[in-house]
Design a protein around this ligand. Structure first.
Ligand code: AMP
Ligand code: MG
Length: 404
């Protein structure tokens, strides 16, 4: 049997980064920068007011206090967006709004709350030191500074940063487009009635959501029955647009394992047994020399665990990100694990929490069958029991994958 790490290494060895695309900012969310981005100007680009108030000479208001207020003449109003044509001399000030350029001569802002709010003359009841409530040019970012390095995944704040330095378009590796297909003649679309021997399709929904959670764009193709021609035609249709294809079902040892049947010999597809539980039957390869195809086992927990262990790292590699699994923590077992199969890496659904001493604690869920979706839906983590370990005591430390 093939080892988990060997299978993952083969997958990552076959994956090529997606070519970068120039996208408009609204389309760039979730993309990974394929260029470093530098600021063409200082941020802020000019000295400006941090408050609504009055631009003054600090020396004019040095003695201002509740008991000895200072009165200044207001030469005009400066709003955000104004050009800042005023000059301020002794005894003078300008009413100024947040973000408006600081007028020449002024070296402090007195917030409106410290004044009587006057428009021709203003009475100021507190002193301000030079620089007070002034945002200096370049105090955020200096011209020429790298604001986002290549390889950054673009979230909301990073997209805001790009806009703030004037970028309308940016070169990114886009979120991979992933086609998700369930196979099985027993599968019925949720919302429709199930007859004898039928079940509702859950894999295509769970895996499409897992794609989104892993930073891709999932296209759920629903279900196809175990008909070789239909399965092959549906997979081939996805090649037109998909950066990656995921199927579930039809890859084990049954008489109707149609995915394995129709894809064997195509592209670089290989169907193997991987030394893990759940998730032993795995298929992977490239079709059309380009599109990675993962044929995951049909049992819902097997499919989902396989996604986290193999597909998620591949999705990251497509965007040029480090192909890491979900976040892994060390935690102590709250109860023993009495049997784990020798020679297989076991992934146990579990509840991970932090105890009152701040230590990670993990409890395996009841019901570890690969068809048992209730325990998966009520778990937040997977305990990883190594291949050579069969028994663990309460208190032993284990690696735990946090599920998204
Ligand atoms: P297979 O790998 O096709 O032999 O399927 C293994 C088991 O998983 C069978 O019990 C299937 O009914 C079940 N199964 C396969 N695909 C799905 C699916 N999309 N949703 C829920 N259960 C599934
Ligand atoms: Mg099947």
């Amino acid at each position: 049997m093939k080892q988990v790490d060997e299978h993952l290494a083969d997958i990552l060895g076959a994956i090529r980064e997606l070519p970068p695309l120039e996208l408009a900012l609204p389309e760039s969310y979730g993309g990974v920068l394929a260029e470093p981005v530098t600021a063409p100007v200082d941020l802020p680009p000019f000295d400006n007011s941090a408050m609504d108030g009055y631009a003054v000479l600090a020396s004019d208001v040095a003695s201002a206090a509740e008991t000895s207020p200072v009165t200044l003449s207001v030469v005009g109003d400066i709003a955000a967006g104004d050009q800042g044509a005023y000059g301020i001399g002794p005894g003078l000030c300008a009413r100024i709004m947040t973000g408006a350029p600081l007028p020449g001569g002024a070296d402090a802002i007195v917030p409106v709350e410290w004044t009587d709010g006057g428009t021709a003359k203003v009475t100021i009841r507190r002193s301000a030191t030079p620089g007070h409530y002034i945002r200096r040019a370049g105090e955020d970012v200096t011209a020429g500074q790298t604001v986002l390095p290549e390889g950054t995944r673009l979230g909301p704040a990073q997209i805001g940063m790009l806009a703030a330095v004037g970028r309308a378009r940016v070169l990114v590796r886009p979120r991979p487009r992933v086609a998700v297909l369930s196979t099985g003649s027993e599968l019925i679309e949720p919302g429709r009635p199930v007859g004898p021997g039928q079940i509702w399709d859950s894999n295509s929904f769970a895996l499409t959501a897992a794609v989104t959670a892993a930073g891709g764009v999932g296209f759920r193709q629903g279900t196809v029955g175990d008909d070789p021609r239909e399965v092959l035609a549906t997979i081939e249709e996805q090649l037109a647009y998909a950066d990656l294809i995921i199927t579930s079902g039809g890859v084990s040892m049954g008489a109707r394992d149609v995915v394995k049947e129709v894809l064997s010999g195509l592209g670089t597809m290989r169907f193997e047994k991987v030394a893990m539980r759940p998730g032993k039957p795995q298929g992977f390869g490239l079709l059309d020399d380009r599109v990675p195809v993962f044929t995951l086992p049909g049992n819902p927990v097997s499919a989902y665990v396989s996604f986290q262990v193999f597909v998620r790292p591949a999705l990251r590699a497509l965007q040029g990100l480090p192909p890491t699994p979900p976040r892994t923590v060390r935690a102590y077992l709250a109860v023993p694990i009495t049997y784990s199969p020798e020679g297989l890496r076991q992934y146990l659904r579990a509840e991970l929490s932090v105890d009152e001493d701040g230590n990670h604690r993990v409890v395996p869920a009841e019901g570890q069958g690969s068809h048992q979706v209730f325990s998966l839906a009520s778990s937040n983590a997977l305990i990883v029991v190594p291949e050579d370990v069969t028994d663990l005591q309460a208190g032993d430390n284990v690696d735990v994958l946090e599920l998204p």
